[in-house]
Design a binder for this molecule. Structure first.
Ligand SMILES: Nc1ncnc2c1ncn2[C@@H]1O[C@H](COP(=O)(O)OP(=O)(O)OP(=O)(O)O)[C@@H](O)[C@H]1O
Ligand SMILES: Nc1ncnc2c1ncn2[C@@H]1O[C@H](COP(=O)(O)OP(=O)(O)OP(=O)(O)O)[C@@H](O)[C@H]1O
Ligand SMILES: [Mg+2]
Ligand SMILES: [Mg+2]
Lengths: 256, 256
């Protein structure tokens, strides 16, 4: 029975896509069957696996709009055990279309029912907003991972972010527990990173789990997507690769 | 007659807010009368001037919803010549409210008519999305500055971004010329930054202006917001401050 995890934060550029791509690849390399669902019209997760977003027969939008089943929009990647439901700019119009439905927030949840049992983990990449796409992602998920970059604006947005998740839960009667807070883009050399990390731990103490694994700022993580590969394939030894393998292990250890 | 400039890019974390805050402060220090309109519910621009977003009498939302005039929602900052229409999380519901109006895309444009002549420059900070808030920002503006970070995902999104701006122009019959492409978070030490810069210049050659000024990655720019000050106040000598002063000068030189 697969676990569906949304990777979410309305703050832009905090490492959502980088986490989806590298965590999914790490879990796959550890032998888990993994599906990535790219729910961002920017389709950064899609291209990170070397897929041409302008030349797709079916995307997540084809499934959401009812043109094809989600199975038809599921493709293998070049990594064993790792599959993807790709995206492209066609998804950007879906917010307006879905808003006309009564159960607009259940569409993705219903779609994923058909394939949930085929995978151990399903990771959903979301855009930096709180619109209908993100709400669909939250409602469809069993849990959510919140990447927070080690910078001031990101820290400032935390209270609003937690309120928003609570609001979605109470209004739509669909709880999505936080699996963990993930500190990303941590630069060991700067006082700013250390200050933000200390504040975050204080803020969440006794409330939510903050992953022990911290993702360092590592240029190889930023270079890998331009080669269409997750970092574990691009540079097996880099700090970025090691950090995401550790995160995958920390998540697997939580299961037991 | 003030020029209204939108700072826009749906890619998250590319330096939109950092550009609005530091470019506006630079123009103000050079003697221009400047207004910042914070159209992001995250309200990062608001707090960057030391304003408490949880304790605001009026915000941009109060003006958009018709509760008060935009003048009543305009406040001075601690920097001479620099004013702000602040924001907070109350703005996040505006998309749904505006979508019910026929002329949903003209609301901000109409509001700013009342105060446009009081300022030399009005800079609009926008969220990382292509929703109704961003469309209002584009339609209300005389021109748009597009910050693009020197990283791969940002480069990948450029074609979709330009298509989207063109689409807004043709559908809503409201042209917003691109004032310039601004390279941000440029790290002189990495090959990635140099590669992205070269690709961007090639992509826009003969089509759009790429500002000569490049904004370097500079930790002082990321630290300044935690002190509630633009970088020119926080650290006058830093590379970040100097770069935004140069950008302001390059924009003023374009006028003549
Ligand atoms: N740990 C890291 N070290 C170095 N660069 C990173 C790291 N994590 C992410 N990046 C880079 O930072 C930028 C932002 O990351 P990413 O695009 O994954 O964030 P995001 O939250 O998905 O952004 P968006 O809000 O636009 O969806 C990208 O250019 C990415 O390559
Ligand atoms: N030139 C720079 N040097 C160092 N840090 C920077 C620079 N520009 C921006 N930053 C930092 O990078 C992060 C992203 O920048 P910023 O928040 O301004 O981007 P944005 O496009 O407004 O993000 P969002 O899409 O969430 O609105 C912030 O933490 C900011 O402090
Ligand atoms: Mg992303
Ligand atoms: Mg911003």
């Amino acid at each position: 029975m697969g676990e569906i995890i949304a990777i979410m934060n309305q703050k832009g550029g905090c490492g959502k896509t980088t986490t989806v791509v590298n965590l999914s690849a790490s879990l796959a390399v550890m032998g888990k069957a993994v599906l990535v669902v790219d729910m961002d019209p920017q389709a950064n997760a899609t291209t990170s696996f070397g897929i041409d977003k302008t030349n797709l027969k079916h995307t997540v939008y084809s499934a959401i709009s009812g043109e094809v089943s989600i199975k038809k929009a599921t493709f293998p990647t070049f990594i064993q055990n790792l599959f993807i439901v790709p995206s492209n700019i066609s998804l950007s119009g879906v917010g307006v279309e879905l808003s006309k439905l009564d159960n607009y927030h259940l569409v993705l949840k219903e779609l994923l029912k058909d394939i949930k049992d085929l995978f151990d983990y399903i990771l959903i990449d979301l855009p930096p907003s709180l619109g209908i796409i993100t709400i669909n992602g939250l409602v469809a998920s069993d849990s959510v991972i919140i990447p927070i970059q080690a910078e001031y604006y990101a820290l400032e947005g935390v209270a609003d972010l937690i309120n928003t998740i609570d609001l979605v839960e109470s209004r739509l009667k669909s709880p999505t527990p936080i699996k963990g807070i993930l500190l990303t883009l941590y630069d060991t050399r700067t006082r700013l990173s250390r200050d933000v990390y200390r504040e975050l731990k204080k803020y969440f103490e006794g409330k939510e789990r903050v992953f022990k694994t911290v993702i360092p700022r590592n240029i190889r993580l930023a270079e890998a997507p331009s080669h269409g590969k997750p970092c574990i394939v691009y540079d097996r030894e880099s700090n970025g690769t090691v950090a995401y393998l550790k995160l995958a292990q920390e998540i697997l250890d939580m299961e037991n």
